[in-house]
Design a protein around this ligand. Structure first.
Ligand SMILES: CN(C)C(=N)NCCC[C@H](N)C(=O)O
Length: 288
């Protein structure tokens, strides 16, 4: 089993994560709190109340976990393609796999990624939603003192299953959309690359960026439900389950609720995934 894909997936994921985290914090707050009037209002309030540090809340745990999560995604994707087509990453330019096989491999990577991501993502969302400014004498103490305290509190108060709250919505968000992510990336690379050659850096950047946008636009409805399910349980249970969360969100806020955070998801997706694919392809070319 080629391990380079796992390592390249880890490093490229970390690069993308740091670039995209401020967008992600604003998006999570807009999806789960109804106190903001829009993107600009949320950015201004976060900055005034919590300084620039507010945008980076909840980032330490994803940085630690991106090794696992992104290497699972890229490693499983590439090794599933190897099993389906008997071609390694290097051979795939000369013998391009079918889009059906790329889709199946992407969905498999997405499914396994979702399971490894679930507890880390839940802790990230809980920390991102803490709006108390850090280290100010006299200000109220945030509920969680950091990722480890957050994980321990969830385990104590909500049990081990509490760490997997929202994981069904996460699986539904990531499985089909990651199939689409790799199909879009490969499709654009092939369209703008002469046959048998490797795509240029510019092509990789653009194809990666658009793959990110396409997948995040389609992922947004389940992303909203996932974030709400993850916040449920903090102050008692509001939803009976995923379907109840979908129905009551729809009843209270209309169809618009499923598109909350879509603009930010798309704006974040381009730079994050352009950087992710560029570093992934670059690292694999170094080890060839
Ligand atoms: C639509 N979804 C869930 C994705 N495209 N996921 C792939 C993750 C890529 C990158 N780390 C990111 O956060 O955009």
């Amino acid at each position: 089993m080629p391990v380079e894909e796992f390592v390249a997936g880890w490093i490229s994921g970390a690069v993308g994560l740091v670039l995209g985290h401020p967008f992600d914090t604003i998006k999570v707050r807009l999806q789960t709190q109804n106190t903001y009037q829009g993107i600009v209002d949320c950015i201004l309030k976060t900055y005034r109340h919590e300084s620039v540090l507010g945008f980076f809340k909840g980032m330490s745990f994803p940085i630690a976990s991106v090794a696992l999560v992104n290497s699972v995604l890229f490693g499983v994707y590439s090794n599933t393609l190897l099993a389906l087509t008997a071609t390694s990453h290097q051979e795939r330019r000369a013998q391009p796999p079918s889009y059906t096989n790329i889709f199946i491999a992407g969905c498999t990577g997405g499914l396994l990624q979702a399971y490894s991501l679930a507890p880390f993502d839940l802790i990230k969302v809980r920390l991102q939603n803490q709006t108390e400014p850090r280290m100010q004498i006299g200000s109220s103490e945030p509920r969680y003192r950091g990722p480890v305290h957050c994980a321990a509190s969830i385990l104590r108060e909500e049990g081990p299953q509490g760490l997997f709250r929202g994981s069904w919505a996460l699986v539904l968000r990531d499985t089909p959309t990651l199939g689409m992510y790799f199909v879009t990336y490969e499709g654009l690379c092939r369209k703008y690359t002469p046959e048998g050659q490797n795509p240029s850096s510019a092509t990789v950047l653009v194809a990666g960026g658009f793959a990110g946008i396409a997948s995040w636009i389609t992922a947004t409805p389940f992303d909203v439900i996932k974030s709400r399910m993850q916040m449920d349980g903090l102050k008692g249970r509001k939803y009976q389950g995923m379907l109840d969360c979908m129905a009551s969100s729809f009843q209270q806020e209309g169809i618009r609720v499923f598109f909350k955070g879509m603009t930010l998801n798309s704006a974040r997706a381009f730079p994050v995934n352009a950087a992710t694919f560029l570093s992934y392809e670059y690292l694999l070319s170094l080890w060839r």
